[in-house]
Ligand binder design. Structure first.
Ligand SMILES: Nc1ncnc2c1ncn2[C@@H]1O[C@H](COP(=O)(O)OP(=O)(O)OP(=O)(O)O)[C@@H](O)[C@H]1O
Ligand SMILES: [Mg+2]
Length: 325
């Protein structure tokens, strides 16, 4: 919110390519970042290209050290790329932040001490051109009960909620969240995502880094999987899961004839656990139709895709080919 930086966008709200700035989302082009530390250089981000449309909710997934936080730091102008460009709504990150267009919840960083929670949220709101109503944000973030508490006397989960409130209070167009639910209990996590979905439903853009694959699956339109500083998959979570194959059908079907089930169209293998049968399928659509045609008595039917977890391991676990050269 300091450091006024000139925007690199074209004149009168028009991109250099002629597209209106209002339509521009987030563009990461050829981004490279090498950290230099005492232990030697670390190639944290090795050339990534990601486009995020306005209104999209995108999850950045990847194992520890994949480069997620480094990417986020560059999106927020907190780290300068060694190569490549970042454009946030047609502006450089610092300009977008100065314009009040960006709210962020970073992985590290403490709250300002010796203020009450309400004072801190109110103070943050005052930094933005068109903030949300402070009470509304406090309610949204579920921090009304601790409004009068000092910021240095909060539990880990309460601190996270306050940080979420601070990220939201400026009513930014882009919200960037680096592992936002880490310290939250189950209820807190539910409440957090309900808040974020309501926020996204207002046409806002949300980018979050997470290790929780189920969160990406449940709350993102799209997942960008990173590993070793590169993007290894980028697409709707359903598509990423589909890339790694099979689905499973489970059903209660006492006394089922396993060889017959295994021979149904689309079924690869059939197994039994008690009264339950488990069909691994190459084509679950064909298999479920065939199963129901043959066994109207089948019940408690569940069809599950390959978990994002499985996709994740498969896609990020590739060898380092090309990087050891
Ligand atoms: N400020 C820094 N100085 C030196 N090296 C850094 C710095 N920040 C990150 N790194 C290194 O860059 C690589 C990528 O780190 P980054 O924090 O971007 O990963 P991440 O995907 O966010 O991981 P995590 O899931 O653990 O948060 C790591 O090897 C890390 O040690
Ligand atoms: Mg990180």
């Amino acid at each position: 919110m300091s450091n006024p930086t000139p925007t690199t966008a074209g004149p009168a709200g028009v991109e250099p390519d002629g597209a209106p700035r209002a339509a521009a989302g987030i563009e990461l082009r050829g981004l490279v970042k090498r950290w230099r530390s005492a232990a030697g250089p670390v190639d944290a981000v090795r050339g990534i290209d990601v486009s995020i449309a306005r209104g999209e909710t995108v999850a950045l997934l990847g194992p520890n050290g994949a480069g997620k936080s480094t990417t986020i730091d560059m999106m927020l102008g907190l780290a300068e790329p060694d190569a490549g460009t970042v454009s946030v709504f047609g502006m450089r990150p610092a300009a977008a932040i100065d314009a009040g267009a960006v709210g962020a919840m970073l992985q590290t960083g403490a709250l300002i001490r010796d203020l009450t929670v309400r004072e801190l949220v109110r103070m943050t709101a005052a930094l933005f051109p068109v903030p949300m109503d402070v009470d509304e944000v406090m309610a949204l973030a579920g921090i009304e009960p601790i409004a009068g508490q000092r910021t240095n006397r909060l539990s880990g989960g309460q601190t996270q909620r306050v940080r979420a409130a601070i990220a939201l209070v400026g009513d930014p167009d882009l919200l960037v969240l680096d592992e936002p639910t880490v310290a939250l209990d189950v209820e807190g996590r539910h409440a957090f995502w309900a808040t974020m979905r309501a926020f996204a439903a207002r046409g806002k853009t949300v980018v979050f880094a997470t290790h929780y694959l189920d969160e990406a699956d449940a709350h993102a339109d799209r997942a960008v999987l990173m590993a070793r500083g590169r993007v290894v998959a980028d697409g709707p979570t359903t598509e990423i899961k589909a890339r790694v194959g099979s689905r499973t059908i489970r059903a209660t079907l006492p006394g089922a004839d396993l060889p017959a089930l295994g021979a149904l169209p689309g079924v690869v293998t059939a197994d039994r656990h008690g009264d339950a049968v488990i069909l691994t399928c190459s084509d679950s659509d064909a298999a479920i139709r065939a199963l129901l045609a043959a066994h109207r008595e089948a019940r408690d039917i569940e069809i599950s895709g390959a978990g994002l977890e499985q996709a994740f391991l498969q896609l990020t676990g590739d060898d380092d080919e090309g990087e050891r050269r």
